[in-house]
Design a protein around this ligand. Structure first.
Ligand code: KG4
Ligand code: ZN
Length: 360
């Protein structure tokens, strides 16, 4: 039978769940006869406008400020994503948008933009779970991804400001939660400890920077649930231990002490994240690990994950740091199976700020 020519179409994806206004254009190539197989997806553009500077004076994300910033940034960001993809709005055949979880006022801005665009174009729009996007970010083809995307199944560690969990990923829409944090997310712990240390928001990159090459010496901080066989995490004890250590000094720490505390904190977090991730690989018999979420941008975690996975015979998939933090390309990828089935959430698509990712 003669092969039909490939069908190329463009997907506009939008992400505004927290404090990044992001839009991406993906080129999808699906051939008729290829049903059930992965379509080829290329990221043509991936624009992220960060609000870090707006929130940094407050030491964290201010929800109302975030919504106001999304409102003014969203159209220029979408325009830039289209321009960088050399595309016009008329080339877009479908829209995808993060529907939750996240800050409701932030989600609403992206959802309304996606619905309005889809409505004007007569195109479908689908709502995506934010973490479902992170789970697939290692599979994005482009300059920001691993040389080869991880084949299914793989274990994914998603460690961000709002979530820290381990998943077994069996397909674009099939995943099972293996363990998750019982209290703070790893990124939240980075942000809170950075604040205790007087470092700028967001705390993750600040701690990453000052801890680089620093030996924490004899300072030992707790490693939550370390001896337990559970794949769950706990980071709140670690944050309390840093607060108590600072109190015990009875004076502000020197710059060297601050760097040592940051390094000791980071060592504990990395130890826990990697120990549980490798335990998840062993428990599932899946020797492939993909990292995602903002904390996966941490330079020490990336180095240590490389060494630990090599020692354990686990293949590691490390997306580029920009693909680890919030972006819209991953949201587009996660939307694809539903769009390819012809689904459309339409005008009824609503924000789901507390949406839980269910195993399926
Ligand atoms: O995935 P993400 O961009 O947004 C959420 O979905 O939360 O993650 C943001 C989190 C913040 O807590 C930030 O401090 C942390 O990721 N983060 C890092 C680094 N870069 C961002 N944590 C440690 N080291 C980094 N280099
Ligand atoms: Zn995220």
């Amino acid at each position: 039978m003669p092969r039909l020519p490939p069908m190329h179409w463009k997907l506009l994806a939008i992400e505004t769940s927290c404090d990044e206004t992001a839009a991406a254009v993906l080129q999808v190539e699906s051939r008729s006869g290829d049903e059930g197989r992965d379509p080829r997806v290329e990221v043509l553009s991936d624009v992220v406008a960060s609000q870090v500077r707006d929130h940094s004076p407050y030491g964290g994300v201010v929800p109302e400020l975030a919504s106001r910033r999304h409102l003014t940034a969203i159209l220029p960001v979408i325009r830039r994503a289209l321009a960088e993809a050399s595309a016009d709005l008329g080339d877009v055949r479908a829209a995808a948008v993060t529907a939750g979880p996240g800050l409701v006022g932030s989600l609403l801005v992206g959802i309304q933009a996606a619905k309005a665009i889809a409505d004007v174009l007569g195109a479908p729009v689908v709502g995506v779970h934010h973490v479902a996007g992170h789970l697939l970010s290692a599979r994005l083809l482009g300059p920001r991804s691993p040389a080869a995307p991880p084949p299914f199944p793989y274990v994914a560690l998603i460690a961000s400001g709002g979530h820290t969990a381990l998943y077994r990923v069996d397909g674009p829409e099939r995943h099972e939660t293996l363990g998750s944090t019982r209290d703070d997310a790893a990124g939240e712990a980075f942000d809170k400890v950075a604040r205790l240390l007087g470092l700028a928001y967001p705390g993750g990159p600040a701690i990453d920077r000052i801890a680089r090459g620093v030996d924490p010496g004899s300072l030992r901080l707790p490693r939550g649930l370390d001896r337990k066989s559970t794949l769950d995490f706990s980071f709140s004890g670690l944050k309390t231990a840093v607060a108590e250590h600072l109190l015990s000094l009875r004076r502000p720490p020197s710059a060297e002490e601050t760097a040592r505390i940051a390094a000791a904190f980071q060592r504990s977090v990395i130890h826990t994240l990697l120990r549980k991730s490798l335990a998840a690989c062993a428990a599932t018999g899946v020797p492939r690990l993909a990292l995602g979420g903002g904390v996966a941008a941490n330079s020490a975690l990336r180095e240590e994950a490389t060494a630990a996975c090599a020692a354990a015979g686990v293949e590691l998939f490390l997306p580029d740091t920009r693909a680890c933090t919030d972006n819209a390309a991953m949201i587009g990828l996660a939307a694809l199976p539903r769009l390819l089935r012809g689904e459309n959430d339409g005008p009824a698509l609503a924000a789901r700020p507390d949406w839980r990712l269910e195993s399926r």
